[in-house]
Design a protein around this ligand. Structure first.
Ligand SMILES: Cc1cc2nc3c(=O)[nH]c(=O)nc-3n(C[C@H](O)[C@H](O)[C@H](O)COP(=O)(O)O)c2cc1C
Length: 181
């Protein structure tokens, strides 16, 4: 069973990123176990903690290590990656030499409530994942626009076309995972 972790870059209740992530999670095949990995409870990364890490860091690092691959679904904050998501990347990348991200194939989806679709966050995240040695799906790119218009009241897509497009990215992610396994 392949294990795919999903990290949502927004920690607010009712997040559009969370709605997108829920839909993406449902598109993985039955032999993939999808786990939502929480980042909201992580104290701000501090290198002083490397010698004696908070319990939240240890639990998060263990959960990340247990996954085979990752999906990141994120908004953009001031043209970059939200602080909570960057913090999570930093926490599981340390202590030096003990990063648990390496080698895990990633899929990035960015979204916004405008036409910009989180392009800045998407590419800043791509830069960090390159350094963290995470092979990342290149195509299709998931720039998800106008999130406030995409979902109905129950959080389902208004258009089936949206799901079909996301499925092409999930398929590309699964192919990458299988190729590298
Ligand atoms: C601190 C902050 C900074 C933001 N910066 C941007 C931005 O740079 N580009 C953008 O398109 N939207 C920006 N937004 C608007 C977000 O796209 C919008 O709030 C979106 O709903 C956030 O995703 P979420 O619903 O998953 O929390 C910003 C929102 C916040 C709270």
């Amino acid at each position: 069973m392949t294990k795919v972790g999903i990290i949502v870059g927004s920690i607010r209740e009712g997040s559009f990123s969370g709605l997108w992530a829920k839909q993406i999670a449902e598109l993985y095949p039955a032999d993939v176990e999808v786990t939502f990995v929480e980042i909201a409870n992580l104290p701000l990364y501090n290198q002083d903690y490397d010698a004696n890490s908070p319990a939240e860091y240890t639990e998060f690092r263990n959960t990340v290590a247990a996954q085979d691959a990752f999906v990141f679904v994120t908004p953009e904050h001031n043209r970059s990656v939200p602080a909570a998501l960057k913090n999570a990347l930093d926490v599981a990348s340390r202590p030096w030499g003990e990063s648990v991200w390496g080698g895990k194939p990633a899929l990035i989806a960015s979204q916004s409530i405008s036409g910009l679709s989180g392009f800045g966050a998407n590419h800043h995240l791509r830069q960090s994942l390159a350094f963290l040695d995470m092979p990342t799906v290149q195509q299709p790119e998931l720039y998800l626009a106008n999130s406030q218009d995409v979902f109905d009241e129950s959080g389902e897509f208004k258009s089936e076309d949206t799901k079909a497009f996301l499925k092409t990215a999930v398929d590309a992610h699964v192919n990458l995972i299988n190729k590298l396994a």
